[in-house]
Design a protein around this ligand. Structure first.
Ligand code: SF4
Length: 655
C-alpha cells in the first residue's frame, strides 16, 4: 500500500517540511510539501536524501550491554533494571550531582521535556544540557539579556523584505540552502547583501559587499560599523531614546573603534568598512543573519551582543524585513532549549533553582572523576567537542556511560549500555525550528527491531527508579498538553495548531516580535557593553584553523556519512588552503599535509580555495581527521560555549 506522511527535515534548524513516501511499510523517498509556508516545497540535498538514513542495515536494533571489550544484546527489562540500579548506587554513594544527562537537539520536544523532568525530578540533578551549548548558547544569552526572549526577532521568511542583509559567520547558501532562496528574492528586488567571512563561499558569490575578515575579528568589525554610524550621525535617535536603555558611554565608541584603528587587525581597508557600514545604516529595513563562525569563540556572547547593538542603533528590530537571526544547527535545537534541557533554565527559560553543569563542564568533571555517570542521548561528543583525546579519557573514566542513539557512533562504542531509539520518521511529537515554527512529525514507519521512541525509554527508566507515577503517559499528545501548560510562549497551542502543514509560530501568531515593546521587565531593550575576559594563552603558530560544515554533510556526519549522494559528492575530508600558501609550502592542491597544534596532528588532503592567506578550513564531518583533535578546550566564559574557530596550527608536507 502506498502512503505519504508529513515529516520535518532532521538536519539543520530551518524546519523544512516534506512528505515521506512509503510502500508497504518501507520508506521509498520524499514528496514535496508545496504549501509549506517556509520552504514552499524546496529541499536541499540533505532533506532530499534524508530518507536513506531511516531503514539502514546498520541501525541499532536492540539494547546492548558492555561485557568486557564487547557488547551483548539484552532485553529492555534487563537493560533498564540494571541501569536503574547502577544509577541508584552512584547517587547514594556520590550524590545526585555526580550524574548528568546530555539531551538531544535532534529529539522531539516531548522527549526533551521528559529528559529534563527526569533529570530534575527523578535523578535530582541540575546537570542537563543540549547541543545548543556547542554553538548558540551565546545567542540565547545575549538575546535574552537585550530583548527578554532568546528567539530570533522576526520571521526567517521575511528576510525577503529586507533592503540590506548582513551575513556574518555563516554560509547559508551551503549550510541552510533553503533560506538562500529568501536572500536571493531580497536581492532580486534590490537588497544589498553584505557577507563577512574569511572564506569565499557560495554565499559570498551572491554578495554586493564581501568582507574577507580574519577569524575572530567580528567584534572589531561590528564596533567599527557602529563607530561609523555614530560619526555620520545616522543612529536612529528616536528609537534609542524611546526603546533602548544602558546607553551610557556610547560616545566613547566613536573614539576607540574607528575603521582606521581596526583595519589591519580585521584585514579590510578602512574606507571599505566605512562604505559597508553606511550601506547598512542607510537601509530602511536591514536584517542580520549569523552563525557559528561568530559564536564559537571565547568572546562569542559578547560578539552576539554587538550584533544586537548594531540592530538597535539602526532601529532594525520589530518591523518586517528587519531583525537578528541566528542559524541554529540542528532540527530541534530551539525546542530542546525551550523545553528546559539546559542547566541554567527550566522549561520556558525560567531560572533553574540550582544551576547545573554545561556539556563541556560535565566532561571536565568526568575527567576529574567528580562526575560518575552520564546518559548521552543523540549527541556524539567524540566528534563534536573540542580536544577529542580529553573527551575520550573523560568518558572512559565514568563508572556508567549510557548512550541512546540510532547508530553505533564513536561515542556509543565507549558506552556501558547502548539503547536503540526511534529516528524522527518513526516517532510522533513536535520540533521547533530556528524560525519559531512548532510542527508535528508523523510516524511514517515503525522503529526497527526493539528500538523504542525516546520518550518511552525515559518514562520506563523513571518507572524503574520509582517515579513512574509522574511519568504515566500513553501518547505524545499527553506530554504535549503538559508542555503547553508549563512552557512560556507555548501557552494556548493546540494539537490542531501544530498538525497543520507548517505548524504554528510560537509565541502564537506573533511573527514579528517587539513591534511596540521588548519582553524585558521595563519593555526597553538593553544595550550591551559587557566585555568578557579572554585571557587565553595561545601558541604562536603560522596558520589559523577554522572548522565548519560543507554542503552535503551535517554535524559529526553520523547520519550524512550513511547517505550515498553525500559520500559520492564529498566522501573524504580536505583542508582548504589558499594558492599562495600552497606555493609557499611547495605543494599542489590534492597533496597531503600534516596539520599540527599543541594537542596533536592529523593528516589530510589539501584543496585549493579562495580563503584568506594563513587561514585554513577543515570540515568536522569526518572523525579520523576531525579538527576537534587539534582544538584545545577554551570556553566563552559567559555561555561556556567552546571556541571551535580560530585555532593556531602549523602545516607541513606529509611524507
Ligand atoms: S535547508 Fe536545512 S531543514 Fe531545509 S532541507 Fe536543507 S538541511 Fe533540511
Amino acid at each position: 500500500m502506498q502512503e505519504r506522511r508529513y515529516s520535518i527535515c532532521p538536519f539543520c534548524g530551518l524546519g523544512c517540511g516534506f512528505y515521506l513516501a512509503t510502500v508497504n511499510g518501507e520508506v521509498t523517498g520524499v514528496d514535496y510539501a508545496m504549501d509549506h509556508p517556509f520552504n514552499e516545497g524546496a529541499l536541499c540535498s540533505k532533506g532530499n536524501t534524508s530518507f536513506e538514513v531511516i531503514q539502514r542495515h546498520d541501525r541499532l536494533f536492540e539494547p546492548m550491554m558492555r561485557v568486557e571489550n564487547d557488547f551483548k544484546a539484552v532485553s529492555w527489562e534487563d537493560a533498564l533494571a540494571t541501569i536503574a540500579s547502577r544509577l541508584k548506587e552512584i547517587k547514594e554513594e556520590h550524590g545526585a550531582q555526580s550524574i548528568g544527562i546530555f539531551a538531544s537537539a535532534k529529539a522531539t520536544n516531548e522527549e526533551n521535556y521528559l529528559v529534563q523532568k527526569f533529570a530534575r525530578k527523578v535523578l535530582e540533578t541540575g546537570n542537563v544540557d543540549n547541543g545548543m551549548r556547542l554553538c548558540h548558547a551565546p545567542s540565547m544569552l545575549a538575546f535574552t539579556e537585550s530583548f527578554g526572549l532568546p528567539y530570533p526577532t522576526g520571521l526567517l521568511e521575511d528576510l525577503e523584505y529586507a533592503d540590506c542583509i548582513l551575513i556574518i559567520g555563516c554560509n547559508p547558501f551551503e549550510n541552510a540552502p533553503v533560506l538562500a532562496r529568501r536572500i536571493l528574492r531580497a536581492r532580486e528586488t534590490g537588497a544589498k547583501i553584505i557577507v563577512a567571512d574569511p572564506r569565499r563561499t557560495r554565499t559570498s558569490w551572491h554578495s554586493d559587499f564581501y568582507l574577507p575578515i580574519y577569524p575572530g575579528t567580528d567584534i572589531q568589525l561590528i564596533k567599527a560599523f557602529i563607530q561609523t554610524i555614530l560619526q555620520s550621525k545616522l543612529e536612529r535617535k528616536e528609537f534609542l531614546r524611546e526603546r533602548v536603555e544602558n546607553l551610557d558611554g556610547l560616545e566613547r565608541l566613536a573614539v576607540d573603534s574607528s575603521p582606521e584603528i581596526v583595519s589591519s587587525r580585521v584585514g579590510i581597508e578602512a574606507e571599505y568598512i566605512r562604505k559597508v557600514a553606511l550601506t547598512f545604516a542607510l537601509a530602511d529595513r536591514a536584517s542580520i543573519v549569523f552563525g557559528n563562525g561568530l559564536t564559537q569563540h571565547v568572546n562569542g556572547t559578547e560578539a552576539v551582543g554587538w550584533l544586537v547593538n548594531l540592530a538597535l542603533i539602526t532601529g532594525n528590530v520589530g518591523r518586517r524585513g528587519t531583525g537578528v537571526f541566528p542559524l541554529l544547527d540542528q532540527c530541534n535545537m530551539m525546542g530542546a532549549s525551550d523545553m528546559g534541557a539546559l542547566p541554567e533554565f527550566q522549561p520556558g527559560y525560567a531560572q533553574a533553582e540550582h544551576k547545573g553543569l554545561t556539556l563541556i563542564e560535565m566532561v571536565e568533571a568526568a575527567h576529574s572523576e567528580k562526575m560518575k555517570a552520564i546518559f548521552i542521548i543523540g549527541i556524539n561528543p567524540i566528534g563534536s567537542f573540542p580536544d577529542t583525546s580529553f573527551v575520550k579519557e573523560a568518558l572512559t573514566k565514568l563508572d556508567l556511560l549510557i548512550v541512546q542513539d540510532i547508530f553505533m557512533t564513536e561515542t556509543a562504542k565507549l558506552a556501558d549500555f547502548v539503547l536503540p531509539t526511534a529516528c524522527w520518521a518513526e516517532t510522533e511529537g513536535t520540533f521547533t525550528s530556528t524560525g519559531r515554527r512548532l510542527q508535528k512529525l508523523s510516524r511514517a514507519v515503525e522503529p526497527p527491531g526493539a528500538a523504542l521512541e525516546g520518550w518511552r525509554i525515559i518514562a520506563k527508566l523513571a518507572d524503574q527508579l520509582g517515579k513512574g507515577e509522574i511519568f504515566r503517559y500513553d501518547s505524545w499528545e499527553e506530554i504535549f498538553k503538559e508542555i503547553v501548560t508549563n512552557v512560556r510562549n507555548y501557552e494556548g497551542l493546540t494539537i490542531d495548531d501544530v498538525s497543520r502543514i507548517g505548524g504554528v509560530i510560537t509565541p502564537k501568531d506573533r511573527g514579528q516580535l517587539y513591534e511596540d515593546k521588548f519582553e524585558t521587565k521595563n519593555g526597553r531593550a538593553k544595550w550591551q557593553r559587557t566585555t568578557h575576559a579572554t585571557n587565553i594563552e595561545r601558541e604562536s603558530l603560522p596558520f589559523t584553523l577554522i572548522s565548519g560544515k560543507i554542503l552535503h554533510h551535517h554535524g559529526t556526519g553520523s547520519m550524512t556519512r550513511k547517505i550515498g549522494f553525500a559520500m559520492q559528492e564529498t566522501g573524504e575530508p580536505f583542508l582548504e588552503i589558499s594558492e599562495e600558501d600552497l606555493g609557499a609550502l611547495g605543494i599542489r592542491s590534492g597533496d597531503e599535509v600534516y596539520v599540527r597544534s599543541g594537542l596533536g596532528e592529523i593528516r589530510v588532503k589539501t584543496k585549493v580555495a579562495r580563503i584568506k592567506p594563513k587561514v585554513v578550513f577543515l570540515p568536522f564531518h569526518f572523525p579520523d581527521s576531525s579538527p576537534n583533535n587539534l582544538i584545545p578546550n577554551n570556553l566563552d566564559q559567559a555561555s561556556k560555549t567552546p571556541e571551535l574557530k580560530g585555532i593556531p596550527v602549523s602545516i607541513s608536507k606529509a611524507k
